[in-house]
Write a protein that binds this ligand. Structure first.
Ligand SMILES: Cc1ncc(COP(=O)(O)O)c(C=O)c1O
Length: 281
């Protein structure tokens, strides 16, 4: 019987001895992960599951220790992947015809998610300066002046160019977006895969203002090679943004998207996004 593994099955079968792509590694996963999965498998009842009470403390501890970001439990929503989350955010926080800014060359599903949802791509291409990819802040400033730009997707660290954005770069990017009321989607899925000598800075940890104008997408999938488990943590510090995204997840049929902590009902979401001074609607 086939394993269904993309990296060791299909790719190798197509003649590549090692796929060696960044998103899906050829390495076995850590024995602790295998042990936990074997324990769950041995239980033999695969009905509806509750979220493990260790999940949120583990997530919070990881980001505190590794990235000096104090995530609060209520901020965490869960989705079956970062790409799904990007789609849900686009759906909830923009309207068909609006624009979503990306910095090409970038992970191709971003553009696909924008276009599939009937939105337009606002491209702020990276430029090469001094042998490095850099953000083009002059172009960014021009692009976000367009009132149709509602969202900006930050890929940090950047796939595929491999840049670990500095605090200064993130600060400039964030200030330009926020001054123009553009909500930032920070995809930080690769934050643990950083070369020695470099430091990932979490966008939302830079300031309270950045935290309240961003939604950060995290997952253990790249760090621990677990993409097939389809689990990601979406960090939404702002309560209004969180309620909106939670409502979107409910609309899509996710009944327990709150990270397992909030069993009480959320306040009824408004039928449309409430005008807010914080971001464009
Ligand atoms: C920048 C980036 N975001 C998201 C993903 C995929 O995330 P998920 O499998 O959770 O949808 C990848 C996978 O390569 C990626 O490189």
């Amino acid at each position: 019987m086939g394993t269904g593994s993309a990296v060791t099955g299909v790719r190798r079968w197509q003649g590549h001895p090692f796929a060696l792509w960044v998103a899906d590694m050829d390495f076995n996963c850590h024995p602790a992960i295998r042990k936990a999965m074997e324990k769950r498998l041995a239980h033999q009842i695969y009905g509806y599951s509750l979220k493990d009470p260790a999940y949120l403390p583990a997530l919070i501890s990881w980001y505190r220790r590794r990235h000096q970001w104090e995530i609060q439990e209520p901020w965490v929503l869960t989705t079956p992947g970062v790409v799904p989350a990007v789609n849900y955010i686009i759906q909830r926080f923009s309207q068909p015809g609006d624009k979503v800014l990306i910095q090409t060359p970038v992970y191709y599903p971003f553009a696909r998610s924008i276009l599939n949802n009937g939105r337009q791509v606002a491209d702020n291409p990276l430029k090469i300066e001094g042998g490095h990819f850099q953000m083009d802040f002059n172009d960014l400033t021009e692009k976000v002046k367009d009132p149709r730009v509602k969202l900006a997707i930050l890929c940090s660290p950047h796939n595929p160019v491999g840049r670990v954005w500095t605090r200064e770069e993130l600060d400039t990017f964030g200030r330009i977006c926020i001054e123009n009321r553009v909500l930032v989607i920070a995809d930080e899925i690769h934050c643990d895969l950083v070369m020695p000598g470099f430091k990932h800075v979490c966008f939302a940890a830079i300031s309270d203002t950045f935290a309240h104008h961003s939604i950060t997408c995290l997952a253990a999938s790249k760090t621990f090679n677990l993409a097939g488990l389809h689990q990601s943590s979406i960090i939404v510090p702002d309560p209004v943004l969180r309620r909106e995204l939670h409502a979107q997840l409910e609309n899509l049929g996710f009944v327990d998207a709150d990270g397992g902590t909030c069993s009480g009902p959320w306040p009824r979401p408004p039928p449309t996004i409430r005008p807010s001074p914080g971001w464009r609607t």
